[in-house]
Design a protein around this ligand. Sequence first.
Ligand SMILES: *[C@@H]1O[C@H](CO)[C@@H](O)[C@H](O)[C@H]1NC(C)=O
Ligand SMILES: *[C@@H]1O[C@H](CO)[C@@H](O)[C@H](O)[C@H]1NC(C)=O
Ligand SMILES: *[C@@H]1O[C@H](CO)[C@@H](O)[C@H](O)[C@H]1NC(C)=O
Ligand SMILES: *[C@@H]1O[C@H](CO)[C@@H](O)[C@H](O)[C@H]1NC(C)=O
Ligand SMILES: *[C@@H]1O[C@H](CO)[C@@H](O)[C@H](O)[C@H]1NC(C)=O
Length: 430
Amino acid sequence: MIRRGTGLLVLTIAGIIFTILQSWLIKEPEELNITDIKQPIILWWKKYGTEGKRTCGEFQCYFSANRELQAHPFLNAIIFYGTYLSFDDLPIPRPRHIQWGLLHEESPRNNPAFVNEEFLNLFNYSSTFSRFSDVPILQIPGIEDLMTTKFFVPFEKKDLLISQDDFAPLLYIQSNCDSVNDRDAYVSELMKYIRVDAYGDCLNNRKMPEALKHDYLEALCDEEFYKFGARYKFTLAFENADCEDYITEKLWRPLIVGSIPIYYGSPTFKDWLPNDKSAISVRDFVSPKELAEFVEKLSKNQSLYDEYLAHKLVDRTLSLKNERLLSLYSKKPQGITFEESLNEFECHICKAVSTGNKSKKSVVTRSHFSCPNPTSALTRKVNPKNPWVDFWKVSKCEAKLIAHYVTNNMRINKTVFEEERSKMYLNKEC
Ligand SMILES: *[C@@H]1O[C@H](CO)[C@@H](O)[C@H](O)[C@H]1NC(C)=O
Ligand SMILES: *[C@@H]1O[C@H](CO)[C@@H](O)[C@H](O)[C@H]1NC(C)=O
Ligand SMILES: *[C@@H]1O[C@H](CO)[C@@H](O)[C@H](O)[C@H]1NC(C)=O
Ligand SMILES: *[C@@H]1O[C@H](CO)[C@@H](O)[C@H](O)[C@H]1NC(C)=O
Ligand SMILES: *[C@@H]1O[C@H](CO)[C@@H](O)[C@H](O)[C@H]1NC(C)=O
């Protein structure tokens, strides 16, 4: 305890000294004189991306989160980060010429209003996980990461882990247990037919190794964590929503380490696999029992199993067969990060407002954020007991109401809005 206290004291003093040094050495940025801005202005409604002038090819724009710029004659567009957007804090009234941009890589879980066309239609440009958005956010790892055998554990070694260390063939780590698609209901049924080691809060049946225990959510990209996942023959990769093209690191991580992903989520996920046989799709099986039988068969037969790991075991010229992925890697061998998409989206809007063709309309539609109503992974039907089902209904009313307020340039009063929303919901208007 004493040692720890001393450590903290030293840290605090070091922190104070650092702050003093910093204020000496780093000059405060000049106070912005908004009459000096000569470029089209693009406002981040809440601070997220660039702050200041940015060059996009032959164009320049001024990006800022300073809301005083709302009144500036050069204001052209406002960008919203989806997760930060709330109905009672919107730039209303909206002058006709002000374009809205939506950046949102998340599933609808944290803001379900986006699944509704009425709401999406308020925006002119989008950058979402969808390939149909203006700047798709494809968080795809680089070709070296996909092909590396750095973490790879061969079949015989995985067999030893099963026989000697009592490993299950399947890995499941999940700590969001109330998912939109009832994934735990599926996995729980699957567990009746095949062994699964579940380390997260959901369906937990095995303790996380001490070294990985702390903040494993933050350590998801850590090498240690990769090595850990590589020891499993299969990894259950269930997204928290079933939107078109919504594909996360849940799929990529097992592909990188060389564990076969058993995937549920985007119905179009196969479009991005290294080749036809790089993952098992839960949707290809009528029930968890059939899936378990298939997985069991692969697990017991090395030649069948290894067919799914061509990207680790076979030369890349033979194992990477997906034209879409190959064409992406020919331009971007490092893959695409979220930050790159964000940068590209800023420039997309900058170019659009700079070239400004007034007769060319651009409006975001449902295809840019295509998510079905919550259905259960297990029954593939709507489960009325799932609270998300009601939550999405309410969000439909919310989307309609917001659209009504924005298009009529009426400010939103939170209390009134919430009353109207409940009334619509009770009258089954959503
Ligand atoms: C801002 O800049 C303009 C022109 O460059 C100048 O006339 C004005 O005095 C400046 N305002 C402030 C507060 O510095
Ligand atoms: C593994 O599967 C292949 C292809 O179905 C089959 O030819 C082979 O006999 C199987 N091996 C074993 C050990 O079952
Ligand atoms: C503007 O957009 C309209 C509609 O897409 C198109 O017909 C027209 O040629 C465009 N004008 C210019 C100058 O690009
Ligand atoms: C931007 O979106 C709004 C709302 O849908 C629409 O009224 C407006 O015409 C759009 N602007 C352009 C340039 O497409
Ligand atoms: C919102 O509306 C309620 C009910 O009409 C009113 O009492 C309240 O003052 C309003 N709030 C604001 C911030 O205008």
